[in-house]
Structure formats: C-alpha cells, structure tokens
Design a protein around this ligand. Sequence first.
Ligand code: AMP
Length: 417
Amino acid sequence: MKKNILNIKGTKDILPNETLVWRYLSDYIHEFFRQHGYKEIINPIFEDTSLFNRSIGKETDIVSKEMYSWTDQGNNNLTLRPEFTASVVRSYIQHQLGKQNALHKLYYLGDAFRRERPQKGRFRQFRQFGIEALGSNFPEQDAEIISIAYKLYHSLKIQNLQLKINSIGSKESRILYKNDLKSYLEKYKSDLTETSRYRLKTNPLRILDTKVDFEKEIIADAPVILDYLNSEDKEHFSYVKDFLKQLNIPYEIDNKLVRGLDYYSKTVFEIHHGSLGGQNALCGGGRYDYLVEELGGPSTPAIGFAAGFERLLMAADSSSFGINSDADIYIISLGKNAIGYSLDLAAKLRSNSNFIVVTDMLQKTMKSQMKDANRMNCKYMLIIGDDEISKNIIQVKNMETGNQESVDLSNLIKYFS
Ligand code: AMP
C-alpha cells in the first residue's frame, strides 16, 4: 500500500469548519487596528538571513536554533520570517518612510515560522498580528500600544487577562545593571544550567527569563533593573503607568520581564491568559528605540507588539461571534431539463442579493436534495421540475413557516429582493 503524505509537524490544516472563524477574527483584527489609525503593511515572508541575525540577535533562541533558513540556487542565504518587526523596519528604512511622515503607525497579520518543539499553542507555522509605531519617543505612544493590545482581547470578552509590564531602560541604564547582574550570577555559576552559563557571557539579562525552577530561586534575589533606571527612563516609565491607570487598564510590574529578543529598550510588556496552559502568552512587545539605526536607518524611536493568532482563538469563545454558514436558498431540480434552469436561477439570485444559494451537483433524488436543504438549514427551498418549466413557475417553500407557493419565474428575483 502506498504511504500517505501528511502535513509537516507543527503545521496545521485549517479546515472548512474552522476557516469562517479564522476569517471572522482576521476581519475583526483588521478593523480594530484600522479604527485606531494604523495602516496595514505586507512584507515578503522570506528575507535575507542577515536581517534576522542583526535585528533579533545571534544569541537568541530564535536565531540560534529556530529559523527555517536555506541557501537558494543563486547562493543567497534566505530565511522564512520568524517574526515581523525586522521586516517592517527593513522596509521602513528601504522606502524612507520616515521622510514622508514623522510618525508611522503600521500593523500586520500573516504567517511566521519557527522550528520550536510543537505543543498546545505552539506551532512551527503560526499566525502573528501586531502593530508598530515608528517615530515617537513619548510615553503616550507606549500607553497607546499597550492599550490597543489589551482592549483587543477585552473587546472579544476574554477574561482573566494578565498584563505584565517592566522597563529595561535605555542602553546607558543597562550597562551598570548588566555588570551587577553578572557579578551576582557569577556567584551561582556552578548551579546554573549550561544555557545560562553561556548566556552569562553573552547576554545575562536573558537568564531572568528562565523557566527552570532552581534558577528562578537564584534570580529571585538578583538585582532589579528598575533600581538602575536613570531619571529620564524612570520618568518615562512612570508616565506610562499613569496613562494606563487613566485608561483603567490593570497591570502588574514584573521586574523579571525582559522579552527574548535583543532589540528591546525601556518599556516591555506581555499579556498572559490563565487558561492556555504552558504557552499562555497572548502577546508581547516593547520599545525598540535603537533598532532602526542599528539596521542602517535614521535614529527613530519605536514601539510595537506581536500577538499569536492561534492563541487568541484558543482564548476567545468563537460561539459568541455569531457566525452563520447556513445556506439561504436551496434550489431543488427534478429531471435533466431543470438542471440548467436551477443553475441559471441560482446565478441570478446571487447577483441580485447577498444570499447563499446552492444547487445539487450529484443528480440526487428529490428526497435526498430535500435532506440536503434541511441539513444546510436553508431558509427557502425552491423546487423546479418539468411541470414547473412548462408553466413558467417555481415552487417556493419558506422553511420557517412551512408555507409553499407557486411563483412566476419572471417574478422570482423581485420576490426575494
Ligand atoms: P514573541 O515575539 O516570541 O513573544 O511572540 C509573540 C506572540 O506570538 C506570543 O505571545 C505568542 O502568542 C505568539 N507565538 C510565538 N511563537 C509561537 C509559536 N511557535 N506558535 C504559536 N504562537 C506563537
């Protein structure tokens, strides 16, 4: 027997019973961001590998072990995007968007790829949506970004949201902190995992992110970044918190929150949801004031967030979306002559209304066509056979009331308009 070919581990087929919910949610996200004055940007799904090496950082898990990279026939090193910010910034610089407008508010929705270990809520191809605001270094921009993320979940009636915020300061604030953190962790070096020992050399801040219990105990008493912020960073963070209070957005300070990517500075945040299990982060983001310059553009402050589409779907109650996939009209055709009529009528009804109109394609008996119509929950069943054709009429049955009447074929469109 031939072996069936299956989808690749960590990818997912979105089947017809799920696609309507996906579409609803995608439309919802597009509209939500549009309402906040953000405009969509669509970038290629693959880029030069160096873009991600330079922006996300070589020492991050994503770049060091999770990227889908390959060399193409022209010897180019390419990578399927593991996230969107790098591409947005690349295109912001390339098209000199900063020259056209002091502030750019952009959003995206599309697929990202990471070779992570698949589990509930974690895939190798997944959808991300998010926003990026490039141009403002003011704290109100941070508050707007955080509030858009929070309100999106809130508006979809997702309960038990947990917003965690922190400030990892500007580069200046971090120099001293990094040193002190390093000295503290050096004392426990022999207790640390191999990964953390390596990170101690490359990026000690990342150790704060640890999921290992005994390391969590070690870092519980580690120096706290908030104590190292310079006065400007402190003031910025304090404004962000005040604005969030004014917006009635509940948050908690998590002084261990650093985010996995290298490019963050000052405000960082994540929104978690209790019921998602191990992978409970709905979204995460923060300021990345240095990234545009580091990628060769003009110095441009920026902030954004990235969110997981599948995790939003898991947290939301899709039965409350009010999605209806039922057919409106089912045309039953009896006999070969009626088939052409039913096709023609269906086309006319569709072009004159928003109705979902379906006809039989399997030359089924009247009884099984009726069964189909019932299964599809259609509102009207139309019946046409030789007798009706000769009299130029069609039978129209209202499935809700059970009433059936003959309608002149020439009046049918009007009947439904
Ligand atoms: P990150 O930038 O890694 O924090 O990703 C932002 C958001 O994308 C996360 O909070 C998740 O909701 C989602 N996400 C990240 N990686 C995956 C994955 N492998 N599968 C599904 N969703 C993911």
